[in-house]
Design a protein around this ligand. Structure first.
Ligand SMILES: NC(=[NH2+])NCCC[C@H](N)C(=O)O
Ligand SMILES: [Mn+2]
Ligand SMILES: [Mn+2]
Length: 317
């Protein structure tokens, strides 16, 4: 299989929006309405406005992948394991297909368990890619370490191989992403085993402490120097909207105070666009049901739209 030429998606400016109405990786309903809200708020036209050709084949349909009641018992601590495994496998294939067509997949969630699919799909098309993970959380719990059983807290343990093998589920996931190719930005809520995994594997991780200390410009620069020296590698950006401060993006399932400002979030997307190496983006965890008011929902959706536009070049002269 030939690796894709990362330049084609960028030169031809073709985006494929992959709407993933999925909430099975965590316990709170509503995150499955995220993609619909983003589309209804004008995502397609806004991306077209930036000069991209946009494909949107309608939201992914996951209902038929859902096991019948009682047929998806926990595996270890993992909740809905068969459902999440099947959905992320499907997403992986869709993302890989778009990459191989020379399109830039913009995957809109949905909860962050979907990244098992997006990361494996991008890595199948671009085996030398690196990943920038912008999140309050490290999402690298293993099936044994997860305190919640929510798989949206675990996606990176599967794709890096940190996860213990689990019977029946996720056996399809390739160990496709080396630790040296992950950079985290925005971390501020880690579980003890996650800290241990990051330390033991010397993972490039910039917490909010580092954002305060160095400034976001320097943080992005240092992150890229670490995981992508000379900018040789294609870049996948996985953005959990809870990386943003809850004042900016309140409508999300696991908000944590002390997050990125509006500009810090946008800056990350702009800077990655500027590299000319960004090949895929995920925008996850917008939960329109969790806003305390309509205004909070709108604020979160608008932050999400703006992040996507910045990653696609909006603010470039
Ligand atoms: N994608 C997210 N919002 N993840 C939150 C994860 C929270 C916690 N670390 C857990 O594993 O349950
Ligand atoms: Mn998060
Ligand atoms: Mn996350």
């Amino acid at each position: 299989m030939f690796p894709c030429n990362p330049q084609s998606a960028l030169k031809e400016k073709r985006v494929a929006i992959v709407g993933c109405p999925f909430s099975g990786g965590q316990a709170r309903g509503g995150v499955d309405f995220g993609p619909e809200h983003m589309i209804n708020a004008g995502l397609i036209d806004q991306v077209k406005e930036l000069g991209w050709d946009v494909t949107f084949e309608g939201h992914q349909q996951f209902e038929q992948l859902k096991p019948a009641a009682n047929e998806d018992p926990d595996v270890g601590r993992l909740k809905n394991p068969r459902y999440v495994s099947a959905v992320t496998k499907a997403v992986s294939g869709v993302v890989e297909k778009h990459c191989k067509r020379g399109e830039f997949p913009l995957t809109v969630g949905g909860d962050h368990s979907l990244a098992i699919g997006t990361v494996s799909g991008v890595m199948a098309a671009y085996p030398d890619a690196c990943l920038v993970w912008v999140d309050a959380h490290a999402d690298i719990n293993t099936p044994h370490s997860t305190p919640s059983g929510n798989i949206h807290g675990c996606p990176l343990s599967f794709v890096t191989g940190a996860a213990e093998p689990c019977p029946d589920v996720f056996s399809w996931v390739p160990k496709c992403l080396p630790f040296e190719r992950i950079a985290y930005i925005g971390l501020r809520d880690l579980d003890p085993v996650e800290k241990q995994i990051l330390r033991e594997n010397n993972v490039c991780a910039y917490t909010m402490h580092h954002v305060d200390k160095y400034g976001i410009g320097r943080v992005v620069e240092m992150a890229l120097e670490r995981i992508n020296p000379g900018l040789q590698r294609p870049i996948h950006l996985s953005f959990d909207v809870d990386a943003m401060d809850p004042a900016v993006a309140p409508a999300t399932g696991t908000p944590v105070r002390g997050g990125l400002t509006w500009r810090e979030g946008m800056y990350i997307c702009e800077a990655l666009h500027e590299t000319g190496k960004l090949v895929a983006m995920d925008l996850m965890e917008v939960n329109p049901v969790l806003g305390a008011s309509e205004q909070e929902v709108q604020a979160t959706v608008h932050a999400g739209l703006s992040l996507a536009r910045c990653a696609l070049g909006e603010t470039l002269l």
